[in-house]
Structure formats: structure tokens, C-alpha cells
Design a protein around this ligand. Structure first.
Ligand code: V47
Ligand code: SF4
Length: 389
């Protein structure tokens, strides 16, 4: 039986929200209009309850994390995204870093003997770092550590590389796959709406190009993720439009693993005048994504961007994955004003973070193969010495 409070909440729900609730409980897909209505009229507890229902139906109490590290080959970039705090413009020869293939291999070697399972390679778009250069990097990493999953290159980087090498998406991806690329990260998607995209990142790959690269990757049997940069000048209908294009492609290919909403941060970029979204909006974003994207298996909160406590909170709003241990190897978010200035967490700390909110920590590989269930393991037994407070 429902409590008096819950009865009151239900009876005060508008008919359209009640209809959405019924659809969700029946496992049916909601429409674009209904998605928009959730953003506009759904209260946070209502959205949280629906999103959590779906999340628990799909994954129970499990929260996935992985042990990964990042390589950022360069922060020099030919593009001029207004929200980017990270890149140094190639055209002005500004100071930036550029890693050689051997320097990247050296970074991989630093993890010899450590149980990391994934390297995430992502960076700016440097004209001298071409397809051949990255194929060489991939081959060197695989020769050294064949079992390490390489998740690399946003569709922005790939589009530029392939066009310069005069290759189709299919040819370019097949070439990189052969060299050792295992899957694609979700970056570069930003917002698909053409008008907003023109205002925030006019010169890089367009929406159709981003989707075409992911479709080609899926057809080659590679999985990928999808992101959305939210909380800047877009409105709710742009967010639904973005997720709708992803949902349609996923219906076609089934190749996406995870959706990752990325909260816009406004430090030191050309959009610093745009205020950041608040925590209620952030949790609404996760919840609506979980409800709308019925064909995406996983929803990830990227903890370095969100901060640890908000990442914990997101686990009640549809999120079932909090990314990885990372080990302070990424600069993209700290430079944009993210909560975590030096993001790194040991396995013990990640496990403790998940256990504190009464969920079950499970270490996964990139493709969600289960590596270890930590739910029954005492914190003292986990390497990395969990800090509980
Ligand atoms: O596309 C850049 C974002 C993305 C800002 O696939 C910003 O597992 C907020 O996509 N405020 C790249 N966001 C990183 C990315 C990613 C991260 C973690 C995991 C995965 C995955 C993918 O970073 C860019 C852009 O959307 N970004 N600047 C900023 N100021
Ligand atoms: Fe370059 Fe990526 Fe920054 Fe855009 S977001 S300027 S493509 S590094």
C-alpha cells in the first residue's frame, strides 16, 4: 500500500505525467514530447523514482567502475570550440604539449604490473598527428600490452584524421582497428542541434558526421559511447533532439554502451559568462536521460567533472556507472573548473564511495564484462587503502 505522502504525490500528478509513469512501469518507450514534458514539469523526486525504477530493473544495485588511465597526446587544436578551456590554438602557435609515440608508450609502461584494463586516448586535433602517427601509437601499445583495451579518439579527431588521409570513415576505422583500436569514447558530440552547434563549436565535425563515424564503427563490430554537453545555451528541446538522434542510431546498430551527460563548466573559456547548471538540473538531466534512452544499457556519471558527492547522488537518479580510477591523467575538466582539480581515486576509494550509498561496486572491463564483484569484500581487504571520510 502507498503511504499517505506517496498517495498525495500521485493524485497531484497531472494526467500527462501519470501517463508517462504508466508507460515507464510497463516498460514502454516514451515519445519526444513526453521527454520534453519530463524536463519541463517533472519534479526531481518524481523523475528520480522513475529513473531509479529503470536503473534497478536493468542493473539492480550494481554500480560499475573500471580501472583506467588517460593519455592526452596534445592540447594543441586546430578547432575553436568556445566552451573549451583546454586547447591551445594551432593557428596562433600557442604553447601546448605534444607527446611523441614513445612518450605515450612510456606512459603505458608506467602501469606495467598494475591491474588497469583500459587506456582512454583523447586530445586536441593537431595537424601533424595524423592517421599513420596514431596507428603507430596503437601498434606500439598493443605490442607492449596486448590485453589493454584501447578506447581512443573522438569522432572529431577521427573525422579530421580520415579526411586528411583521404580515407572514408569505414577505411579509416578498419585501419585503426587493425592497428589495435578497440572502441571509441563518446566525446565531441556536444549538442547535435545545428543552430546551437554553430554557436558553440562551428568548425569541427557536424552532427551528421559524428553520427556517421559511430555508425561505421558499430558496423565494424566496435562499440562506442555517446556524450552530450549540457547546461549552457541549449534548451530542453535541444537535449531531447540530441538524445532522439542517439536513440534512433542505437535502434539501428545497438553499438552504444553508455550515455554520458557532461555538465558544461565555465572556467577560463570563451563562454565564461554563461552560468553553470545547478545540482537539481544535473540530477534531472541524468534521470530524464535514463527514462528516455531506453535502448542504452548504461548511464555514466563522469565523477571528476561532477565531484565525488554529486556522483554518489547521481546513483539515485539513474546512473549505474561512475567511470574509473583515472589516476590524475586528465586535464580536460580540471582546466574548465571541474570539481576535482587533480582527479584520481584508488580502487579502495571508489569502492568505498559506492558502498557508502548502499550500492554494489563491480569492476568492469570497457565492454562491461565483469572483472570483480566487490560487494562482499571488506574494505580493508581492498588494495589502495580505502579512505572512508
Ligand atoms: O567532447 C570540453 C567535453 C568532452 C568542457 O566515452 C567539456 O567514456 C564540460 O567525451 N565543460 C571530451 N565539458 C571527453 C569525453 C569523455 C569523458 C569521459 C568519458 C568518456 C567516455 C568520454 O569533454 C568533449 C566536451 O564535450 N568538454 N570542455 C567544458 N568546459
Ligand atoms: Fe579542440 Fe576538442 Fe577543445 Fe574543441 S573541445 S577546441 S575539438 S580540444
Amino acid at each position: 500500500m502507498l503511504s499517505a505522502g506517496a498517495e498525495k504525490t500521485l493524485s497531484s500528478l497531472s494526467t500527462d505525467l501519470k501517463a508517462i509513469q504508466e508507460k515507464v512501469y510497463a516498460g514502454e518507450r516514451i515519445s519526444d514530447e513526453e521527454g520534453l514534458l519530463l524536463f519541463e514539469k517533472g519534479s526531481l523526486p518524481f523523475l528520480g523514482a522513475l529513473a531509479n525504477f529503470i536503473r534497478e530493473k536493468k542493473h539492480g544495485d550494481i554500480v560499475y567502475f573500471n580501472r583506467n588511465f588517460h593519455i592526452e597526446p596534445t592540447n594543441v587544436c586546430v578547432f575553436t570550440c568556445n566552451f573549451c578551456s583546454y586547447s591551445r590554438l594551432y593557428a596562433r602557435r600557442e604553447e601546448g604539449w605534444e607527446l611523441s609515440a614513445d612518450q605515450m608508450l612510456h606512459m603505458v609502461k608506467k602501469y606495467d604490473g598494475q591491474p588497469v584494463t583500459e587506456v582512454h586516448i583523447v586530445g586536441g586535433v593537431h595537424p601533424k598527428m595524423n592517421l599513420e602517427f596514431f596507428a603507430d601509437v596503437l601498434r606500439k601499445i598493443k605490442a607492449h600490452r596486448p590485453g589493454l583495451h584501447i578506447k581512443g579518439f573522438t569522432a572529431v579527431e577521427l573525422d579530421y584524421m580520415f579526411r586528411k588521409a583521404k580515407k572514408t570513415n569505414e577505411e579509416g576505422l578498419a585501419y585503426l582497428k587493425e592497428a589495435g583500436l578497440d572502441s571509441l569514447p563518446g566525446g565531441g558530440a556536444e549538442i547535435f542541434d545545428e543552430v546551437i552547434r554553430e554557436k558553440i563549436c562551428a568548425d569541427k565535425v557536424d552532427s551528421q558526421g559524428w553520427l556517421a563515424i559511430h555508425e561505421a564503427a558499430h558496423k565494424l563490430g566496435m562499440h562506442s559511447n555517446a556524450t552530450m554537453l549540457y547546461g549552457h545555451i541549449e534548451n530542453y528541446s535541444h537535449r531531447i533532439d540530441h538524445m532522439s538522434r542517439l536513440r534512433n542510431l542505437q535502434d539501428k546498430t545497438g553499438g552504444f554502451n553508455t550515455f554520458i551527460p557532461l555538465k558544461f563548466r565555465n572556467k577560463d573559456n570563451d563562454m565564461s559568462h554563461v552560468p553553470e547548471s545547478n545540482i537539481v538540473e544535473d540530477m534531472k538531466m541524468y534521470a530524464v536521460a535514463r527514462i528516455y534512452l531506453d535502448n542504452f544499457p548504461h548511464l555514466k556519471a563522469y565523477w571528476p567533472m561532477l565531484g565525488r558527492q554529486n556522483a554518489q547522488l547521481s546513483l539515485s537518479f539513474g546512473v549505474n556507472d561512475i567511470d574509473g580510477t583515472i589516476d590524475d591523467t586528465t586535464k580536460i575538466y580540471s582546466m574548465a573548473g571541474a570539481e576535482e582539480q587533480n582527479p584520481s581515486m584508488t580502487t579502495g576509494e571508489l569502492v568505498a564511495l559506492i558502498k557508502q550509498v548502499k550500492r554494489k561496486p563491480v569492476e568492469r572491463g570497457t565492454l562491461y564484462d565483469i572483472i570483480k564483484d566487490y560487494s562482499a569484500i571488506e574494505l580493508n581487504d581492498i588494495d589502495g587503502n580505502a579512505k572512508l571520510n
